[in-house]
Design a binder for this molecule. Structure first.
Ligand code: FES
Length: 215
């Protein structure tokens, strides 16, 4: 037990500013999480509790796409855990809170209404890479969006990267007929959609002008 207690004492990180860190980390993710935001359509309250140092109570607002202090409002989803655990997650920059916090069962949760998979998916995707993969996956479930083409540098290209589904309107860059996805740096020759980085993984592409001519 003394060893366990000694390890437990290392979990608190008083030097971590929880609200500022979460705001800086989560805000860009909230801005990109279109499907999850539509699926949650409200606030998720998170309380990091500490009897001695005080609680930190904040809301992930999936409508305004922001993190802010909880302001006595009604929310549909709520989580509570120890402040020290949240500080440790921040210190480790842990990008999957489902695996690290929720599977440890060191939290409590409340909700109004049915289970919402989007809430848990968000907490599994706390990096830009994971979030884009999940958002791309949801896009592919929606056939209308799966065929979506976007214009990039004079070319029409499928919106989601053929590698791990990054949104090419944010990560795609076209130079001299070559598309680079800046998520991992993979490249494609747009004249025929061929992937120049790996076998397979070709993209759908065509010159934007020829489609304009056809229309
Ligand atoms: S998601 Fe990996 S290169 Fe685009």
């Amino acid at each position: 037990m003394p060893e366990v207690e000694a390890v437990r004492k290392t979990w608190a990180h008083p030097e971590v500013d929880v609200l500022a860190s979460i705001t800086e980390w989560f805000t860009p993710l909230l801005e990109e999480a279109d499907h999850m935001a539509a699926g949650i359509n409200g606030g998720v309250r998170f309380t990091a509790e500490d009897d001695d140092r005080g609680d930190i109570d904040f809301v992930l607002d999936f409508v305004a796409r922001e993190v802010r202090p909880y302001a006595d409002e009604k929310v549909r989803y709520r989580f509570r855990t120890r402040r020290a655990y949240v500080e440790q997650l921040i210190a480790d920059h842990e990008i999957d809170w489902v695996n690290s916090l929720f599977l440890s069962c060191r939290f409590s949760a409340q909700r109004i209404g049915p289970y919402n998979e989007f809430v848990y998916t968000f907490f599994k995707c706390l990096s830009e890479e994971r979030l884009n993969y999940a958002e791309g996956w949801y896009t592919e479930q929606n056939e209308a969006e799966a065929g979506e083409m976007v214009e990039l540098g004079g070319w029409l290209v499928q919106r989601r990267c053929a590698h791990l589904k990054a949104d090419l309107t944010r990560f795609g860059h076209v130079d001299k007929g070559v598309l680079t996805c800046q998520m991992h740096g993979w490249k494609w020759r747009l004249a025929d959609g061929k992937c120049l980085t790996s076998v397979g993984h070709d993209v759908r592409s065509e010159p934007a002008d020829s489609s304009a001519a056809r229309d």
